[in-house]
Design a protein around this ligand. Structure first.
Ligand code: 4NP
Length: 159
């Protein structure tokens, strides 16, 4: 019998830097481990400001240097995402607050998680928004999201 996929949504503010990168890194890991029949991965933004756009050029360049091809087009979070997805990861506390205000029921709110909880090795309170900063911020986000996605997949696979 075909088992249903675990559906994971990564969310940041604009869906052009952090969350499309998290989606790409997680999808790459899943593909490398031949687990594509077990997971469905997507990303979305709190804002609809960048809807339909590719990821930020700087994010795509830094990601490409590390071997990742971000193809996602930005889209805003929808109320229906809270029914479709099993786990919804925010990057920072404002994302978490925004997600909590979009969720309609306790069951939907229970799907919201902090991705920072999977990469505590960096000792930061949040996965920082690189949008208004320089190259170091983009590199840091890649480092953090690589650790977070690896730990997340390890935890899911150990269940
Ligand atoms: P992201 O970065 O949330 O990691 O995609 C941002 C992208 C765009 C904006 C802010 C953050 N913005 O204000 O347009």
């Amino acid at each position: 019998m075909q088992q249903s996929k675990t559906k994971i949504l990564f969310v940041c503010l604009g869906n052009i830097c952090r969350s499309p990168l998290a989606e790409t890194i997680m999808s790459d890991l899943i593909e490398k481990k031949n687990l594509t029949d077990k997971y469905e991965i997507d990303s979305a933004g709190i804002l609809d400001y960048h809807e339909g756009e590719k990821a930020d050029y700087r994010m795509r360049c830094h990601a490409s240097f590390r071997g990742y091809d971000i193809t996602h087009l930005s889209r805003p979070v929808q109320k229906s995402d809270f029914d479709k997805f099993d786990l919804i990861f925010g990057m920072d506390e404002q994302n978490i607050r925004d997600l909590q205000s979009i969720a309609q029921t306790d069951e939907q709110r229970q799907k919201i998680r902090r991705l920072i909880d999977y990469c505590d090795t960096f000792g930061r309170p949040t996965i920082p928004d690189p949008y208004y900063g320089g190259d170091d911020g983009f590199r840091l986000v890649i480092d953090m999201l690589e650790v977070a996605c690896k730990n997340l997949l390890q935890e899911l696979e150990s269940k």
